[in-house]
Design a protein around this ligand. Sequence first.
Ligand code: AMP
Ligand code: ZN
Length: 110
Amino acid sequence: MTDACIFCKIIAGDIPATKIYEDNDVIVFNDIKPMAKTHFLIVPKEHIESLKSCEDAHQALLGKMLLLAPKLAAEQGLKGFKTLINTGREGGQEVFHIHVHVFGGGEPNS
Ligand code: AMP
Ligand code: ZN
């Protein structure tokens, strides 16, 4: 838990989010500014800044996050989807708590 981190605050229940999945390791919620009809974020409960901060010990957690993508996408009715992990400011990362974006279903307002 990092006080300044918005995703840690969501994990702690201090700010609301539309949760679609949660277990001991991971929380998944809809992106607040969706870039597709379905756009959710797979977020580990451990505060890890980015893919650059990951270590061998995170291998199982990263695998779990990726394997959740098709399961949750199917639950959301997606037949296919895109995944994205922005890494570092130069990589487009804005929230420095690692997360996997999952997008599908076409443009948000089409
Ligand atoms: P990134 O650029 O990969 O760090 O993406 C951060 C994502 O987090 C963006 O798509 C934001 O719209 C999303 N986001 C930021 N704050 C919230 C929030 N409070 N609830 C849900 N999604 C958020
Ligand atoms: Zn955090």
